[in-house]
Design a binder for this molecule. Structure first.
Ligand code: SF4
Ligand code: SF4
Length: 191
């Protein structure tokens, strides 16, 4: 059932606009004065020379998580592609040589031109195999193919770029917890 949202009633001063225009100009000149008198506090960046510091929980370009042996954590269950509203995840599964895992992705592609960066794929994944915490939010390319990221590109990340508290990333090859995680992996106690 549709929900009716009441329109706010404007006062006389809001209806004639002049007061609101001057309130808007006061805000604009207030920002301009702060920037001119204290350039260090300016919120304008000299982009692209200065890149914005994007928060880790911002939904940016995806990555596929890795096991200690550098294989993908993904078990090709298709839950992410099923949850994806844009139908932009293309997975081809194959049999895994590890009988504990059963399946793995032979192909895993995301078309970022179709993606709406909703994060449903991350939420749907049952084994923390896909994340959107790369901070790579500024995507540029000169042809459509550049925006189709394949498995190799999705797995091309370095644990050094992720915080020590990110245990799963640090257990991947090159991470601070990798040696211990690899031992656990070989002994079959790794999760
Ligand atoms: S972020 Fe949303 S649209 Fe993009 S791949 Fe994931 S589920 Fe699909
Ligand atoms: S990324 Fe996660 S949800 Fe998607 S196929 Fe792999 S294991 Fe399943």
């Amino acid at each position: 059932m549709a929900k009716l949202v009441p329109r706010p009633e404007l006062t006389f001063w809001e209806r004639i606009y002049f007061v609101e225009i001057f309130k808007g100009l006061a805000t604009t000149f207030g920002h301009a004065r702060r920037t001119l008198t204290n350039p260090a506090a300016s919120i304008t960046l000299m982009y692209p020379e200065v890149q914005p510091d994007i928060p880790r929980d911002y939904r940016a370009r995806h990555r596929l998580m890795k096991r200690p042996d550098a294989s993908p954590r993904c078990v090709a269950c298709y839950m992410c592609s099923t949850a994806c509203p844009a139908r932009c995840i293309n997975i081809v599964a194959e049999e895994s040589p590890d009988h504990h895992i059963e399946k793995r992705p032979a192909k895993f592609e995301i078309d970022l031109l179709l993606c709406v960066f909703c994060g449903f794929c991350v939420e749907a994944c049952p084994c923390d195999a896909i994340r959107m915490d790369t901070k790579q939010a500024i995507l540029a390319g000169d042809n459509r193919a550049d925006f189709v990221v394949d498995k190799a590109k999705l797995m091309d990340w370095d644990p050094k770029d992720y915080p020590d508290t990110d245990v799963q990333s640090q257990k991947a090859p090159g991470g601070k917890l990798h040696a211990q995680a690899l031992e656990e992996f070989k002994s079959g106690t790794y999760h």
